[in-house]
Design a protein around this ligand. Sequence first.
Ligand SMILES: Cc1cc2nc3c(=O)[nH]c(=O)nc-3n(C[C@H](O)[C@H](O)[C@H](O)COP(=O)(O)OP(=O)(O)OC[C@H]3O[C@@H](n4cnc5c(N)ncnc54)[C@H](O)[C@@H]3O)c2cc1C
Length: 238
Amino acid sequence: MNKEEYENFWNELVNAQIAELHKFEKKEIFEGCMPIEVMAKRGIDTLRYGPLKPVGFDDPRTGKRPYALIQLRQDDKCASMYNLVGFQTNLKFGEQKRVFSLIPGLEDAEFIKYGVMHRNTYLNSSVLLDETYNLKLNNNIFFAGQITGVEGYVESISSGMVASINAIRKFNEKEKITFPETTIIGALAKYISTPNKKFQPMNANFGILPELNEKIKDKKLKYKKLGERALENLREMF
Ligand SMILES: Cc1cc2nc3c(=O)[nH]c(=O)nc-3n(C[C@H](O)[C@H](O)[C@H](O)COP(=O)(O)OP(=O)(O)OC[C@H]3O[C@@H](n4cnc5c(N)ncnc54)[C@H](O)[C@@H]3O)c2cc1C
């Protein structure tokens, strides 16, 4: 999108009609999975720093970076269906067709499935589970995946791995193990099992890791060091 196309799209998006929500849907919005229209209402440029960020793509026709960019994810093997990445929405279906058809290239797209918001149900793990995703009140029960308050594909896999390793160890009458909290796997497990009155689902991110001993301003270098420390601690574990 160029500036004009983006501003027109943004204007239509923030003024579009929203589907009526049930009471239970209104409560809270997970920052990592916010409806696109809610994000847009935070400011005209918010989407350009979020799902419509044009970084890392130069238009091959012009060699220039576009003003805003939408990512399509292939949805079937024969590449006939795509979804719009980051477009969770509560807009009415008719409005979705009208507003999303304004995206250059999608003027004639057929909409097979409209966006709906999902409800994320999760345990209050901060009270109920320990660092191995084991239920404190009955340690024959382990939980895995998003229901524990981790959010995302890899995060869910990591919780399943920790839970299953420990379920097997418990069955074999071995001590349970935890991953170092300097690793994302360990930090996520610690996060979900630490008392927290405002417990909310968590993605893998550098913010949940303990600080490094040294202060490093350069983000790239800092993340590299955090990664190296995690691998080092992981090696020590085995
Ligand atoms: C629209 C959308 C987009 C997303 N995009 C991303 C993304 O880009 N990247 C990312 O990392 N994460 C994304 N997520 C989050 C990701 O999908 C979840 O965090 C992850 O799939 C959770 O894995 P899970 O195995 O815990 O649960 P699920 O994948 O939900 O698996 C649970 C399974 O249990 C089954 N089930 C439920 N109840 C029963 C029952 N009573 N009996 C038998 N089976 C049952 C369900 O049918 C389902 O197959 C997205 C989620 C949504 C909704």
